[in-house]
Design a protein around this ligand. Structure first.
Ligand code: DX5
Ligand code: ZN
Length: 219
């Protein structure tokens, strides 16, 4: 039985009210919190890092799903574990030695995710499927919230789901970018089971948005 979760991305939160908004998610039954770390090198933008994660960790018992959009993320695995990550996802495009980086995350005791950008084929990570808990298929180019879903990524989700079924593995498929009420059914049908949503959750009435998204995901 596959676990289906909505993973709100705090990149779209109002940082002046971050604690309050996270509490709201928790009360609405959200289990996974998606945390986007950007270094201004792997992606053009800079978001936030350890101090923010450490602060919200004190107030939340949600599962902290940390998405590292960072060049050579191996340099920081220990730091993110110490500040409260439950899962760490790294980009294959950002790692000189992906196998070694995966092993570092594994050894640190948290869950392991690998991610591919829209232009990177599934093939680039297919030989690591036995070593990871999750593959994150980016459905926009990483770097900013609020972008449009790239339709050409749907078939990558399908391809990965077929591969996982064929090999009888229990790897989760997460999608991230441009998820809204129109694109959510598409990614679920294609085989995603962990769905990141930033602007969809945080623009407008958070509670209402979570209810709507969750009812589609856990149908
Ligand atoms: C993009 C980030 C996403 C972003 C998604 O680089 O990885 O997690 O917050 O935002 P939306 O859902 O608004 O596309
Ligand atoms: Zn993300």
């Amino acid at each position: 039985s596959r676990e289906y979760q909505l993973c709100p991305s705090i990149l779209s939160a109002d940082f002046n009210r971050l604690g309050e908004q996270i509490q709201m998610l928790e009360r609405a039954g959200v289990k996974w919190l998606h945390i986007d770390v950007m270094d201004g090198d792997f992606v053009p933008s800079i978001s936030f890092g350890m101090p923010v994660i450490k602060s919200i960790r004190k107030e939340s018992s949600m599962f902290f799903d940390v998405h590292l959009m960072v060049t050579e993320p191996g340099r920081y695995i220990q730091d993110f574990v110490e500040c409260g990550a439950d899962s760490i996802t790294v980009h294959t495009e950002a790692c000189e030695d992906l196998e070694r980086t995966i092993q570092m995350i594994r050894d640190s005791g948290v869950r392991v995710g690998v991610s591919i950008k829209p232009a990177t084929p599934v093939h680039d990570i297919s030989h690591f499927l036995e070593d990871v808990d999750m593959v994150l298929i980016m459905t926009v180019n990483p770097g900013f919230g609020g972008q449009k879903y790239m339709e050409e990524t749907t078939e990558k989700i399908q391809e990965l789901r077929e591969l996982i079924e064929e090999e009888e593995l229990s790897v989760d498929i997460q999608v991230d970018g441009g998820i809204n009420r129109e694109t959510l059914p598409t990614v679920l049908r294609a085989g995603a089971n962990l769905v990141v949503a930033g602007s969809y959750v945080f623009n407008g009435d958070i509670l209402q948005n979570v209810k709507e998204a969750t009812s589609t995901i856990k149908r």
